[in-house]
Design a protein around this ligand. Sequence first.
Ligand code: UD1
Ligand code: UDP
Length: 366
Amino acid sequence: MIKIICVCGARPNFMKIAPIMRSFQESSRFNSLLVHTGQHYDKKMSHLFFEELNIPEPDINLEVGSGSHAVQTAEIMKRFEPVVQDFKPDYVLVVGDVNSTIACGLVAVKLGVKLIHVEAGLRSCDRNMPEEINRVLTDSISDLLFVTEQSGIDNLKNEGVDSDRVHFVGNVMIDTLLSNREKAEKSDILEGMGLIAKQYAVITLHRPSNVDEIASLEKIIAAFEVIQKDLKLVFPIHPRTRNNIAGTELQKRVDAMENLILMEPVGYLAFLKLMANAALVMTDSGGIQEETTILGVPCMTLRKNTERPVTITEGTNRLVALTTEDILAAYNDIKSKNFDVSGQIPKFWDGKAAERIAEMLLTQNQ
Ligand code: UD1
Ligand code: UDP
């Protein structure tokens, strides 16, 4: 029996952990425990995804909530340590690059438990991003590193990670997309919002570099003010961004846009339906760059860099510099091509990544 603790904590973790839990539960050789750190806790940032994606109820919720990086990371570590001591797993498995990832990873290795990192090797090479620190540190202490794209293999090789520990398995987030695509098409979100396919764009924003400084966010909002005169904008707003603009001038400007629909974050199925039928997505999310690549929808990533370069070289993504002019120029360029972009499906983004992870673990533990 392989005893394994799977960790999730923030929104993008839930889409990644869902197929992994399923593939472990399909084999009688795994005894898996699901721990939710509670990093995200609003119904629309957490609970909803468990229902929609059929993720088992977490066995344990550490309920850490929000805090500064140090407070949140430390609190997760304090609360996770006794769980590992009690369960005595062979492995702790963490996904992605959020604070829950590094916090639980550190606890595991300090207790002598092997660490598995799913979505290893991605690098933006921008150490101002909290996620980049989490990625570099988690990879450096992981025993098994499961990679989503070739750049991950190359980055880990350059950092001297032993290639025996690195496995190119594909993308678990895409496992979830492919297995929910049909279900998502049945969502009535377009009718409910009065939207017509390909006649609107979807926006998400939550990177601290874009939304923590009002001056940066202002440049983006100024571009949206122009674009919304041309194309309806649908903006499910992340709580970080909502809190940052609450009560500011920017809030008034956002509210004043007639053709921008500001709304709470939506569930996965509704969001997938919104993306799949959008003319364009404008985002700073990591996962959404990958999802739009599979959906064949043009994606403007409002960032200086991406840790997911395959979404540009093979997919439908492009980086857009953070000035109002650059955002408008990119928009006009995509519009001049009738929002029609072509791309290809990256290797192993085929819905079988979680199966490959389970198989690899079974092989290693024969
Ligand atoms: C975190 C991750 C980021 C990931 C994002 C996904 C880190 C360092 N960052 O960023 O990599 O892309 O999640 O969405 O781990 N809040 C709520 N309700 C919630 C959760 C958060 O209101 O359920 C608010 C709180 O005011 C909180 C703020 O959002 O302080 C930020 O939350 P936090 O988890 O610290 O970081 P995110 O910006 O969500
Ligand atoms: N997502 C969602 N509802 C929303 C916005 C995003 O279900 O209102 C999904 C999206 O499809 C993707 C994941 O959330 O699967 C991405 O999470 P997020 O952008 O918060 O984090 P990141 O990927 O940037 O770490």
